[in-house]
Write a protein of this length. Sequence first.
Length: 560
Amino acid sequence: MSAGESSRAHVVDIDELACSMRRKLNYYCSPGETHATGASLCTIYKVPEHIREAERHAYEPIVLSIGPYHYGTPELQAMEKKKWSCLDYVLKLNPEKDLLDYLNAIAILENQVRNCYTDEVKMEKKLFLQMLLLDGCFILVSLYGTEGFVPPSQEVPVMSANCQDITEEDGIDKGINMGHTKNRQSMKENSMLEVESSKASSSKESTRDCKLKCKERVQSKDNSVKIGRWYTSFVAHDLLLLENQIPFYIVKRIYNFVAGREVTFPSLTDKIAKVIEGMLCYYPKAIRESDRPKDFHHLLHLCHMYFRPSQKQEEDRRFPQRNHYFHHFLQFGRKYLKLGHQLGDNKQNIPLKAHLECFQVDQQRWHRAVQYFDAGVEFKKKEFTVHNPHSLLDIKFSKGIMEIPCLSVDEHTSCLFRNFIALEQTCPQFGNDITAYIVFMSQLLSMPDDVTLIARQGIIVHHMRTDKEVAILFTKLSKDVIFDFSGNYFLKSIHEEMEAYYQSRLNRWMAWLMHNHFSNPWLGLAALAAAIMLLCTIVQTLVTVLLYMKQQEDNSSTPH
């Protein structure tokens, strides 16, 4: 090859490389869909392998694959049949739209969806679009998104016609919401009526046969209920995994076609949020029915919004109301009464704000519950009321009393919180509220006796075998978590106030008296009696001294 030919080949290679890089650049950096707020869509990350190894089942689906990360896993193929049933049901809700219309609508969003995933999605276009449509239909149908739409009377919906098969054998129940038994029962009754009406045109005997078959299935539901509960729990678990998500605008697009017109989505989001509320029925929630989230990226993000501190808590965080007089008194006590903790000579004249900054640098963690208790901090369960609801993260500290909402803990608790932490650690736009809460709880409950103290107050209700297992659970949750104590987080002001309270010697002395001498009525009476006896002894001594001094004065004034 001559020098000229070599030069031309070199130029061709460079041009091909440039074209290839431009295609990849357009693929990876194409503008994505934005929300009304102007914020870009969130990114769906894969959990790093070294973190996954700590508790693999907390990040990987058990029975259901949603999205590309776990697509094609052999253990998850059993649920694919249900996805096709959901697609068939959706197609029958609006006969004016066929399968091609749905695929074309999703194809427009293909690049945007691919850009939501950090790992390159190597699925071919046809398979990728099929996966998005099937997964979107499954979420829409199984979470009651199609409730209210009536299919043509001449056709029997797959989900309704196979009601018993789905609800009792596989636990889909046309939804995952364990908290809405009434809605499920009405759907079962309606589905049976639809089955009967569809068969009535053929003969009365076929209707009676259908009734008998349904009755037989209900009578033999012992085994099927067990399977149903398994699958219901597993599907709920899988739908709230970070790696098992698709962008919710795919579900919205399918819903739009089912409705047959351009619609707003409060009705859809209300239905989905209602199901999520049922799945989170064991956790306190501050969001009222009228304030349900309308804009969320995917199901885990929606679930995450229910755990954030309430609006009132956030306002208190932005405008912290510090007790100015208490801080002046505490500073006075440290300087003159030596009631505070002893600092070095070079720190004696530092103002209180600087002291608190020193606490942040020196402490860098919360203390154990037992240590706070020994310093006089009282732990109370925050009572939940309908008129003044609170979320799980609405923690309050005032006048030595820390109020913490009740948390139910079992072997499945870590899974949800691990995915919340993964969401916050990978997507900074979602904040660090739950991460801060887990760090707080893991340090507060470091040892079994800490769990015993908190559980005695009803703050922790656990179903583990021992308190030690609860302490280990929270310790593992905070492992490999990156958290900046010097940054902004919603518990920062509470941390500063509790640290100042903990370092006060006066509080420690008062706590020691309360715990050792006033912990029960008998000890209190004994301490009171001892105090009265001591007071009487002092008074008697003073009277004796005064009488003696008076007698000496009288003797000195008497003439000899």
